[in-house]
Design a protein around this ligand. Structure first.
Ligand code: AHR
Length: 523
């Protein structure tokens, strides 16, 4: 310890001592320190002790200060447009049961994610910008409040699930770095929910929601980045810095393999960007469920980006110009004033791990929301067949344990609370997060959740016992006499002889509309 302190400049020593005092006081190090119960400090307490205080702290999952007891986020329900703030339980985790009660039998979107710092840099649904959103007046869409059930701290809580068209921002902030000021940020996100659309970002962006040039942004980005040639064959996501007109893995306009999140895709990752905005920036990532941080890059800024010219707006789920083609999951994130010490980042990573992020419900093969399932046909012809996604269309096809990983993923569905009615369910494609089974002109296919009333109800199905006595049958919420049915290999919603469509034929109807809900093909 002392050798390390002697090698530091006085300012660094003050920072290190303040951090150590804070960590000991907080129970993160020293006698009695343990995961979970004894932790007294949360990320923004750690950064404050390190002299790089949070100027923004957003989460729908938990408080990011030990003493924060205000609202985490606000939801608005579709039945009467009423809004409700969702606060914290005594241990600082979100009171998701309040959301469930408020949104029962209707649907809710997240309309505001409160900034827990004293700056009040709250995120609201982004409105327009260079790229107009699909919502009223060019606004983006709000995320469905119950689209991302997870567990944290032993509680069922919700993350923010961004599909293309959705996004949040605050274009009138205080305290956020501008014009070459140093800053840091992290977000807890997912390496299993991403795409290659621009831009799943969290961080500093333009106040005009318009591309104003290189260096006007300084935001974390998690995506499958197609921007740099050598990364184009990479199917996995990476952690990048969106510095405007460039999503950088390092200081070069080429692929940095260290940015790719390798191995088994991790459902919860922590991603880190800090930038002194003149000579140095760094990217790191970690598994949010265990272990420490890996450095992707620490070095000079790309040519043409120093000094930075940040404008101080905050974005989530979109690019600086309101590009909204991206998908991703957000659980928590903070931005700091000043370039945080690695020791502070490491202490925050320990706190994130201790927060106990976990799978939606731990269930599989059941109709409970969050459960991952397969849907097996019960008609005599086809009991080896399962409902699967095939290039966006829903079909039935044989699947076995020896099927390719892609085929098994395409035959695996995540049960979600019904997008239009929480008493029913929606089926999200395991291999295509954010896309749901939806009927349109009677045929079932995959479509991104887009927040519109028709999209929601066409993607909502109500389960009842199987019409042939096996498994379950599912009727369309908005067509109660029409059930999910396979017919000559394709999947429809079909009535029992109630119209002239070939797939409505009475023959084999009760068998064709009955499916066994079983374990997922792709764990
Ligand atoms: O830098 C990549 C993206 O380019 C930015 O997020 C956006 O503002 C621009 O389209």
């Amino acid at each position: 310890m002392s050798a390390l302190l002697f090698s530091l400049r006085p300012k660094d020593i003050r920072t290190a001592l303040a951090l150590i005092v804070g960590l000991v006081a907080g129970g993160l190090i020293g006698p009695g320190a343990a995961h979970g119960a004894t932790i007294k400090q949360r990320p923004c307490d750690i950064y404050a002790a390190a002299n790089t205080p949070c100027v923004a702290a957003h989460s729908t999952v938990r408080s990011l200060y030990a003493k924060y007891a205000g609202p985490l986020y606000q939801v608005k329900r579709s039945s009467d447009n009423a809004a409700e703030n969702i606060g914290v339980l005594s241990d600082g985790y979100a009171n998701a049961a309040a959301q469930d009660a408020f949104c029962a039998n209707t649907s809710c979107i997240i309309t505001r994610i409160y900034d827990q710092s004293s700056r009040h840099n709250d995120l609201t649904i982004a409105g327009g910008g260079h790229y107009k959103g699909p919502g009223p007046g060019g606004a983006d869409l709000g995320a469905a409040a119950d689209a991302l059930p997870i567990t944290a701290g032993g509680h069922q809580v919700y993350g923010v699930s961004i599909s293309p068209g959705m996004g949040y921002h605050d274009i009138r902030t205080t305290g956020v770095a501008v014009n070459g000021e140093p800053e840091g940020m992290y977000m807890v996100s997912s390496a299993t929910h991403f795409n290659s659309g621009c831009c799943f970002d969290y961080g500093n962006a333009e106040t005009s929601s318009t591309d104003t040039g290189a260096g006007h942004m300084d935001a974390l980005n998690v995506s499958r980045d197609l921007e740099w040639p050598n990364c184009r064959n990479e199917a996995r996501p990476g952690v990048h810095a969106d510095l405007e007109n460039g999503i950088f893995h390092w200081d070069k306009r080429s692929c940095n393999p260290a940015a790719v999140i390798g191995g088994v895709p991790r459902p919860f990752i922590s991603t880190w960007l800090k930038n002194n905005s003149r000579t140095r920036f760094a990217l790191k990532w970690g598994d949010a469920q265990s272990g420490g941080l890996s450095t992707i890059y620490a070095g000079a800024l790309p040519r043409g980006y120093a000094p930075m010219r940040q404008e101080g707006a905050i974005i989530l789920g979109i690019g600086g110009d309101n590009s909204h083609a991206s998908a991703g999951s957000f659980f928590e994130g903070v931005m700091t004033s000043g370039f945080p010490a690695d020791s502070a980042d490491n202490a925050v990573q320990s706190d994130i791990v201790a927060a106990g992020y976990g799978a939606p419900t731990g269930l599989s093969g059941t109709m409970a929301p969050g459960s991952e399932i397969s849907l097996q046909a019960t008609t005599a012809c086809c009991t080896a067949d399962y409902v699967r996604n095939q290039n966006g269309a829903a079909v039935i096809a044989p699947i076995t344990a020896r099927s390719t990983a892609q085929d098994r993923r395409d035959a695996t569905w995540i049960v979600r609370r019904g997008l239009a009615d929480s008493a029913c369910v929606s089926f999200e494609a395991k291999g295509s997060p954010g896309d749901f089974l939806r009927h349109q002109n009677s045929a079932l296919h995959l479509q991104s959740f887009d927040g519109t009333a028709l999209n929601r109800s066409d993607a909502t199905f109500c389960a009842q016992p199987g019409k042939n006595g096996k498994g379950n049958s599912f009727h369309a919420l908005n067509y109660p006499t029409k059930y999910i049915r396979h017919f000559y290999g394709k999947v429809y919603v079909a009535g029992d002889g109630d119209s002239g469509n070939p797939w409505d034929t009475k023959a084999l109807w009760t068998d064709d509309v009955s499916f066994i809900v079983g374990p997922p093909w792709s764990p």
